[in-house]
Design a protein around this ligand. Structure first.
Ligand code: GLU
Length: 300
């Protein structure tokens, strides 16, 4: 079977080095195996994303030599498609409306996940129709999760297990304003595009079991997962879009694509030492065994 991988950037700013790193490894994995690469803009949050950033992302990927075979429609244009999947869950009795406000959830003394979301205590799970009507406003919709352990064999992190009921709780698939959440959109998009491998930053490892659960409900096969280490700045912080000096605009002014890729390859273990190399040349050196698992502190 030909591997199918994907870039799934959020066009809410210029790519920074951490995005480049995850994208590079995704591309190397697919290309070194003769597979196909798909590009998709994750622009569900239309307030924070823009077509200009999407253009810059494509342009930065091309500059790096990270090409793709097809681009699938951006998430902001797919709500009709997501409606169908949402309704199939609702028809099967797997969803319920939730009226909890953000402040109410924060006041509940529940443990929370690494991505900042809380283990949902099931407050709205068994409301009566009269109780629901009394709120008088649009609800978010949550999917009921079973008491079951999800296990995945991550190519970088090894075995990862999560029980959605105790570690996450019933989770939101559509917000009260009608916008679908990342977990649903990413599952539908990867599934419909035939993605066989998901390579992304370690910060999304905790999302994988929610996506595996939805894959099962929608009848999509599970892709292979690889969650790559996070890049840290010289002072030990995780890089973010706020680190302007490490975004692609700044990097392109002072480095060649080969120098940038060589720096990343040296830091993550794909090369013994940093030296300029093109993405195509690096594909010949690529193997998952060489890749470091720990967070990578980088000075560029
Ligand atoms: N859109 C997400 C991001 O830019 C990535 C989601 C994913 O790879 O599943 O961080």
């Amino acid at each position: 079977m030909t591997p199918v991988g994907r870039f799934a950037p959020t066009p809410s700013g210029r790519m920074h080095l951490g995005n480049v790193f995850a994208g590079l490894i995704a591309w190397l994995s697919v290309r070194s195996a003769g597979g196909e690469m798909v590009l998709r803009m994750e622009d569900l949050d239309t307030q924070r994303t823009s077509g200009e950033y999407a253009d810059l992302l494509r342009e930065d990927l091309r500059w790096l030599g990270l090409n793709w075979d097809r681009e699938t429609p951006p998430q902001s244009r797919r709500s009709r498609v997501y409606d169908g999947y949402f309704e199939s869950l609702r028809d099967r009795g797997l969803l319920y409306p939730c009226y909890c406000t953000r402040s109410r959830l924060h006041s509940v003394n529940a443990p929370h996940l690494s991505d900042g979301t809380y283990v949902y205590p099931g407050t709205c799970r068994d409301l009566t129709p009269a109780q629901r009507a009394a709120f008088g406003r649009e609800p978010a919709w949550r999917v009921r999760v079973p008491d079951r352990v999800w296990e995945l064999e991550d190519r970088v992190q090894g075995v990862f297990r999560q029980n959605l009921q105790t570690d996450c709780g019933d989770f939101v698939v559509r917000r009260a304003d009608g916008v679908y959440v990342y977990q649903l959109a990413v599952t539908v998009d990867d599934g419909e595009a035939g993605v066989t491998e998901v390579v992304r930053g370690m910060d999304l490892l905790g999302s994988a079991p929610r996506q595996m659960y939805l894959q099962e409900l929608f009848g999509f096969p599970h892709p292979q997962y690889a969650h790559v280490p996070m890049l840290l700045s010289a002072d030990g912080r995780r890089l973010s879009k706020r680190d302007r000096d490490l975004d692609m605009g700044a990097l392109r002014r002072r480095m060649t694509p080969e120098a940038l890729i060589g720096t990343l390859a040296g830091a993550c273990g794909l090369l013994d030492r940093p030296e300029p190399i093109s993405a195509d040349e690096l594909a010949m050196e690529f193997s998952w065994e060489k890749l470091r698992r720990e967070d990578i502190r980088l000075t560029v």
